[in-house]
Design a protein around this ligand. Structure first.
Ligand code: PEP
Ligand code: MN
Length: 295
């Protein structure tokens, strides 16, 4: 059947013909699954924490120890990084294969599962060896052949929303993953480009409305990344708490032992002390708003 009203909005017909696997089958349909022992879409709200970039072995071991102590569920960090500009100083360089190796080591030492980004088809096997969740970054959200290749590994996948895409486009991209028989798919809202708030550093606007909106349409869990969305440390806490109140099924937060010295995006990570204060607050909000918990 032709779509009589193509556009940004999701029609009833879209749910049946454009993304039937992603769409809810009934009002209460909600995916629940476990990844490395952690439940998604259920009573707990998993927290992914870690640096933007796996800068060094020392850094990633230090962060893993501290986030584990603070009850976070997954260690995040990119060894392969989609950096907006191609010119890099030595210190700003991705750690690539070495970074993946460190993630493999830290995972064993601290018994913490890993989420890390994969950017190129040729690195899918390498990244899949250590990642418990493959992260597909916002910039690759609509790289459809790449989505299918990642999906075929049958590894859990977190699909970040492109900052210019509608919910309709995002769910269409997720359908490419489910179509390969991969059922463990998590959506991640990370801010969109829109006329935004007063800071010139604020590149994105966190679209919290997309959380309940997505839940009307899809059974997939949706998590929120307030760090990339705000690009500004003082706003991470209020947005993380708001995201939980909005119904997020998980939170991804950038954490660095010395945020100002972070090699990538130093304005956005929180430090260990701030994480320690934020965890029980998020837990409280989860409890009073949804009768859920972080830990
Ligand atoms: C990240 O999470 O490290 C990242 C690069 O995010 P995004 O793709 O949302 O920019
Ligand atoms: Mn980043």
């Amino acid at each position: 059947m032709d779509n009589k009203f193509p556009g940004k909005d999701i029609s009833d017909e879209d749910l049946k013909t454009k993304f039937p696997l992603v769409a809810k089958k009934n009002k209460n349909h909600k995916s629940k699954f476990k990844i490395s022992g952690v439940e998604f879409g259920g009573k707990t709200i998993p927290i992914f924490a870690g640096p933007n970039m796996v800068e060094s072995k020392k850094l990633i071991f230090n962060v893993a120890e501290n986030i584990k102590k603070n009850n976070c569920h997954f260690l995040r960090g990119g060894a392969f990084k989609p950096l907006t500009f191609p010119y890099r100083s030595k210190s700003y360089n991705e750690t690539r294969e070495r970074g993946i190796e460190w993630l493999g080591e830290v995972k064993i030492k601290y018994k913490i599962p890993i989420i890390t980004e994969v950017m190129e088809e040729k690195f899918i096997p390498l990244v899949s060896e250590v990642a418990d969740i493959l992260q597909i970054g916002s910039r690759n959200m609509q790289n459809y052949p790449f989505l299918s290749q990642c999906a075929k590994t049958q590894k859990p996948i977190m699909l970040k929303r492109h900052y210019g895409s509608s919910l309709r486009d995002w769910l269409g991209a997720a359908e490419y993953i489910l179509k390969e028989g991969n059922k463990k798919v998590i959506l991640c809202e990370r801010g969109v480009v829109a006329p935004h708030t007063h800071r010139i550093t604020s590149r994105f606007l966190l679209d919290l409305q997309v959380v309940p909106a997505a839940k009307e349409m899809t059974h997939l869990p949706i998590i929120v990344d307030p760090s990339h969305a705000t690009f500004w440390r003082p706003w991470v806490k209020p947005m993380a708490l708001s995201a939980i109140a909005a119904g997020a099924d998980g939170i991804m937060i950038e954490v660095h032992p010395n945020p100002k010295k972070a090699l990538v995006d130093p304005l956005q990570p929180i430090d260990f002390k701030e994480l320690k204060k934020l965890m029980p607050l998020m837990n409280k909000v989860a409890k009073v708003t949804w009768n859920k918990k972080l830990y």
